[in-house]
Design a protein around this ligand. Sequence first.
Ligand code: GLC
Length: 717
Amino acid sequence: MNGLKIDENVIRYIIGNPINTDAVILDTNKIKTDRSYSLKYLDIDEDGNLNYYMSDNDIIYGLGENVRGLNKRGWIYESFCTDEYSHTPNKRSLYGAHNFFVVHGKENFGIFIDSPSKVIFDIGYTDHNKIKITCENQNYGLYIIEGNSLNDIVKEFRMLIGESYIPPKWALGYGQSRWGYGTETEAREVIRKFKENDIPLEMLYLDIDYMERFKDFTVDRTAFPSFEGLVDDCMDEGVKVIPIIDAGIKVEEGYPIYEEGVEGGYFCTDKDGDPFVTAVWPGKVHLPDFLNSRARKWFGEKYKILTDKGIEGFWNDMNEPALFYSDKGLESAFKRAEEIKKENIDVYSYFELKDNFNKLANSIDDYKSIYHNVDGELINHYDVHNLYGLNMTKATYEGLENIDENKRFLLFSRASSVGMHRYGGMWTGDSFSWWEHIELTMKMLPALNMCGFMFIGSDTGGFAGDTTSDLLIRWNQLSLFTPLYRNHTSRWSRSQEPYAFDEGTTKIIKNIIRFRYSLIPYLYSELMKCIKNNDLYFKPLTFEYEDEFSKEVEDQLILGNSLMIAPMYKQNSKGRYIYLPEKMLLCKLNHEGKLLFEVCNEGSKFFHCLLEETIFFVRKNRILPLVESENKVKDLSLKELNLIAFVDKKAEYTLYDDDGITKECKKNKFNLVKVVIEKISNKYELKIEKAENTALKKINVVIYDLEGRKETILREL
Ligand code: GLC
């Protein structure tokens, strides 16, 4: 248990009679359980709200995917999975419901609310120094987690919720997507263009366009006459085709999935027990009852239709679930429109008229009209809303496991709640091509890691709206570091593939993607170690540095063991202020794709960084391993390692690697290379402490000391 004492550091309180959400999987007998309502740190007021009184300097980290800062203070957030297409700061919920946060200040502890219903976190919004947590449903589990450090608190929480999903290693390659690759010809054209421009491409994502009228597990044979041929040809090029699957199943006689669903009773129902009708992309749909184990099994098996065609990964979407309208809602909106048609519509009636239509989507009334059959028990959807996306992805995961239990499939989802992190990764949904959304993405990353979501990333370039070449470049400079690196956009946006602008832009983005492949062994090593040890891949500075100034930093992150990143996210910027809590080694990827280094003093200063340059830092006494770049992850070789080291006296690094495709890593089948660089009587020495079963043949080390002196070591094994 990593030396942490769960039994001493975690207290579980049971409020009311909570249902099992699948979030916490650690044997609860190991956790101190209290039913007394006399809570540590918090009080419960007469309305059942949980209150905590913050001091002025307390910082609140966490809450996963949501708007605003790294420090969540000063806003009100709602955990209610929402199909929210516009991530502006006035919003309170996005697609995920991630009820874990850490208080850091006069007291240090974590809180997890284990509830499937809406939870409102008022973090100093109503009252500057007060956290008020309102659980709409008063049946929930409350976990208070203590520990010696922020890292320990998060680690303990992650031990409660179980090991995160492990993607295949190839999923760290570059992926190209677009809602709107509408035909096989267009899809092939993308592959051709990447090849022509010699840009690495690992995955081609297909959006709803490949389906026949947006029906899951079908193929539009007019647009994609030889879908199988496309998948095969892509495979020959080393590119995986990753199709989307949506939650709603089209209501259509003769469509086998619909018919089986009705016959098997696999759909959510209305109060009378008839399949609930709503609408999404295909028009009228039924919603599979993912909370029902029989329905989950049935839906999970359907993925075989596509894996039989050679598909090895999926993205699950619209699973909050997103509802466009219901018949009831639509009828009442039309009725009201008819009523006021002939009136002289004043301002209020005009707004009401508009709202009647605008509010059709994701209506609370509709959510309250849906029922799940949770293995015999009828449960209203509204009470368990946040479990829908989780259970869709669980269905997929288990379905894929039945197809091949030892294979790692790529899988990520839009909606999620804590627990889903064990079944898949997630992407941050429909961002806009706005500079602010590079910044927002950066701020969500550590918060998502805290809640167990490790395989994460955003739509590089922004999903909605038109991107610009500079925005796309800067966004790539952030995605370069996220485990999921995918360029995706909407059908109404201008093209944003790396080659969609001028030659200069193509070259810059190509350099970034090529550098990504050099970095993948490090990124994968850190991702896997963080999954195995319940650590954070992205951390706010405070998790590693205790100085006062680090607490203020909202736009720089620690990435794994060795790096600090400080992405550029302002239009027209030629650099930015960056704070170094200690001396660090600046690494600059220049316009030619070459890495340049410079030792920098601690403190805050302006760092120049032109559009064509990517900068990041190696921390003091840390080592960054790099390899020769390739066009595919499978071709990356660990025979020769290039180590960039910034060392005062001693630094060490352990590079993790495994086969990347099977689940043998779960049985501790992996390889480690451990290197130590130490200054002994004024000279640096390289020790290789571990390298069993590895391909390693050669190590090239470049070492910078604190004064910027450079030494190199070459070692053949
Ligand atoms: C949703 C998804 C987006 C996708 C679109 C069409 O908006 O978030 O990624 O492109 O649906 O399927």
